[in-house]
Unconditional design. Sequence first.
Length: 95
Amino acid sequence: MLFRSIAVDDATIAVNAGSTIASVITASISSVATAGIPVAVTSSDPTKATVSPALVRTASDGTATFTVTGVAAGSSTLTFKTYGATSVTAAVTVS
């Protein structure tokens, strides 16, 4: 049984090579914002897009912010994970 849900505000992210943007994700328990939940993120192809930091604890409003950097033209998939929840992904397109 999963007690937490995790959602990405933007399931599709566009960024230019050499640029950075902030991506906000939300982690919650039973739809209630929860602070201190660790959320990890990885990039399927760091030669196209990177994300940092790799691990963040949610703020009091249940959000965590990650920075996405476009490295080279192409695409990558970001995977967001926290314990007790199914991971979610966001597609990144770098131009």
